[in-house]
Design a protein around this ligand. Structure first.
Ligand code: CA2
Length: 144
């Protein structure tokens, strides 16, 4: 089973500032967690991070016919991007939305998710562990 993990803008800056919101873990810790989870679950995980909306759209389109599941943290694009929503709908690959912080407990604009409309599950406020939960959920439901 192949799972594509997508991360949007500034996720590569994790651990550098705002530890009260995103925790002390770095982006490199996230990459380690993904590798460990892939091994544990027996799935193939590809991670892609970009600060550019179109690059994320391109990556979702390229997953068509290749990935069996998508885990996506669109970061700030969560709250603005109809393009990412449309790309997820176009490929129709089972997708899980992840947010490190509890977006519902933050500013009102963070409580709107476009991408989430194309995701069958949203995990928020669980820190990096949310990515692990999302991968295990997809493996459990669609694993082969
Ligand atoms: O909680 C999440 O996972 C978010 O998707 C993270 C995004 C934010 O825009 C979303 O509303 C919620 C931000 C990504 C990381 O931003 C940083 C900001 C300061 C220092 C380091 C990273």
């Amino acid at each position: 089973m192949k799972i594509l993990v997508l991360n949007g803008p500034n996720i590569n800056m994790l651990g550098i500032r705002e530890p009260g919101i995103y925790g002390r873990n770095s982006f490199s810790d996230l990459l380690d967690l993904l590798k460990e989870t892939a091994r544990e679950a027996g799935v193939e995980v590809e991670q892609y991070q970009s600060n550019h909306e179109g690059d994320l759209v391109d990556k979702i389109q390229a997953a068509y016919g290749k990935a069996d599941g998508i885990v996506i943290n669109p970061a700030a694009y969560t709250h603005t991007s109809v393009a990412i929503l449309d790309a997820l709908k176009a490929v129709s690959i089972p997708a899980v939305e992840v947010h490190i912080s509890d977006v519902d407990a933050r500013e009102p604009f963070r409580q709107v998710s476009y991408a989430g409309l194309a995701c069958e599950k949203t995990i928020k406020g669980r820190g990096l562990e949310g990515y692990r939960e999302a991968i295990l959920y997809l493996k459990e439901k669609y694993g082969k």
